[in-house]
Write a protein that binds this ligand. Sequence first.
Ligand code: PEP
Ligand code: MG
Length: 325
Amino acid sequence: NVARMRSFVDRPSLSADGHEVELAANIGSVEDLAKVLENGADGIGLFRTEFLYMGRSSLPTEEEQFTVYRHVLEKMNGKRVVIRTLDIGGDKELPYMDLPKESNPFLGQRAIRLCLNQDELFRVQLRALLRASAYGKLAIMFPMIAVVDELGAAKRIVEEERVKLEAASIAVSDEIEIGIMIEIPAAALNAGALAREADFFSIGTNDLIQYTMAADRMNESVAYLYQPHHPSILRLVDMVIQAAQRNGRWTGMCGEMAGDADAIPLLLGLGLHEFSMSASSILPARELISRLSREECASLARQALDLGSQAEVLSLVRQHQSRSE
Ligand code: PEP
Ligand code: MG
């Protein structure tokens, strides 16, 4: 019921046994902000910056980007805003960049790979982000990290740009968190080493499922393999959260799975801290979590990890849900 749902707008995101999580929003442009505020998001867990680069004939300038990032940070008024650096490549192309055709674009020069290779483009975006950091609580997130060296290289470039800005007396926050998306199985499997270098993780299940199942996320004919609740996926999610916890880091999730009512009990049980989803899913998620016991969900999740198929996991979760309704 709508009135009951609305009553969750300014409540903290708490489980029935008092465990606090963050329910954040995914946005793709400034126009999405109204809904984010209207639905009482605890922050922004994923700002996809691709829109700034698409549907135009040249790269956006530092000034243009700065204006957008600053606006979002100011509107969020001190709540955390995770801005993801450019994730182009794969199915998203930039005609004006004239990149070589690849036979497997999803396995090619996408996201951070492209940014490290064309670092002038990357530096422009980072300077805009660093300058905007003075206007709110910014976290910078790198997409498609596979190995620790990529994170090291990206962080070095951030530091170089910070030093240059500071030398020019431009204010940059010294509390910017730098995190990565976990959306490549190799990164999940090596999360311990990555957690020593990253301030946080955000699990990108849209790609993590695609790459784990070797099934194109856009291809209908293999859509049956797209199984967020499969134990193979849950085990990767568990490894990531455990590795982050051992290193004192927090873990979020910004793939579609984070807003899925059948996944939320499992994710809460596995210890996920931040759930980032479309703004319209936030109140239903907050209401659902308010009825869940974190402790019960932890044992539910342990059971799920030992199962052998998505169907078994779903039936376990739904059984649990029907008991708590
Ligand atoms: C993901 O891969 O889960 C994700 C959030 O990124 P995108 O959907 O933009 O690839
Ligand atoms: Mg992705």
